[in-house]
Design a protein around this ligand. Sequence first.
Ligand SMILES: Nc1ncnc2c1ncn2[C@@H]1O[C@H](COP(=O)(O)OP(=O)(O)O)[C@@H](O)[C@H]1O
Ligand SMILES: [Mg+2]
Length: 378
Amino acid sequence: MDKLAEIEDLTLRYYTYEGVVKALEKVRLVIKPGETLGIVGETGSGKSVTALALMGIVIPPGKIEGGNIRVFMDGGFIEVTRADENTLQRLRGRVVAMIFQEPSQALNPVYTIEDQIGEAYLTHMFADIYGQALKEVEEEIAEKPSSIILGIERLILRRFLKNRRDRLANLLGKLPLLRSYRRRVRRIVRNMVVEILRQMEIPDPERVASSYPHQLSGGMKQRAVIAMALACRPTILIADEPTTSLDVTIEAQILELMRTLKERYNATLLFITHDFGLIAEMAERVAVMYAGSVVEVADVLGIFTKPLHPYTQALLKAIPKIGVRELTPIEGSIPNLINPPAGCRFHPRCPYAFDKCRQVQPQLVHVGEGRLVACHLY
Ligand SMILES: Nc1ncnc2c1ncn2[C@@H]1O[C@H](COP(=O)(O)OP(=O)(O)O)[C@@H](O)[C@H]1O
Ligand SMILES: [Mg+2]
């Protein structure tokens, strides 16, 4: 299989009081199994909106106006823009999971880390957890003399608890066997949580599991968030500017952890950043976004040695180099997306712009092995 997900001509708008924000305009993107795909672009270029759409999340007043999002799941491709809530629920967590920029936003301050990661396990892996707890309880029963009460409890266990939030089972929860079952579920989940925290190279994972978010440092919180995202072994892990709120030493540790985890889980990573330096460190393939469109796709070596799109060239010139004191800022600013420039949205800032650029939006075209560029120069 050559792709895990494919976004085709995704167009998304926000209907606000100020006007219609044309946030995404025919975004095209393919995610290949096992790769680290970097998405780079200035703030406001549509990176987060694209990632959220991939998980079937469109925050109002946003509306998808065109295009397709196909994601490989349960042995076939689903169409995310038309999937029902049940399918999306399975998609999020088990297939695509996301690490957000700000760990405090991903964590609820009033629950412990164990509660929050445990909730992810209970939501997505309840059948496994139930099965194991039930097996243990059955072993316990086998040693007891049989009685009518025991028979009834057993029936409840078998018949009702399969549904996590069964009301009758909750009402009868004080029965000894059900309490024993509940204890076992809690223990199984706690073990899973401690184990995943250990894999995040968190020292003293037992203590961290019992902690509330405010009791942890920024780096530890971000590790807990990564654990939560990885808990259900998603095939695609999205990291949306995962280190922006951390200081540089912690940032280096988190990036190293992500590389290790990617290898270990053989995961596919979508790494989003506005920082070309991090792209060089993390990505194998790169998609450059500008003002709501993907303007160039290449492998990481190609993008740095031979950037094709004038915007990519300008971005790379803006990176500070050793021995060079001056940055070359890109002329102009990111356009207002309520009234974006016609044609190529980059044309007002582009030194090579000619008539066609002001009129026609360029499409991504193949220009050699694995390279795509959306520019009338090619
Ligand atoms: N809720 C919203 N209402 C209006 N516009 C929005 C909303 N969310 C995002 N946008 C717009 O969508 C565009 C892309 O945003 P985003 O994907 O967050 O950019 P990035 O992640 O690349 O910084 C921006 O122009 C932003 O203003
Ligand atoms: Mg963003």
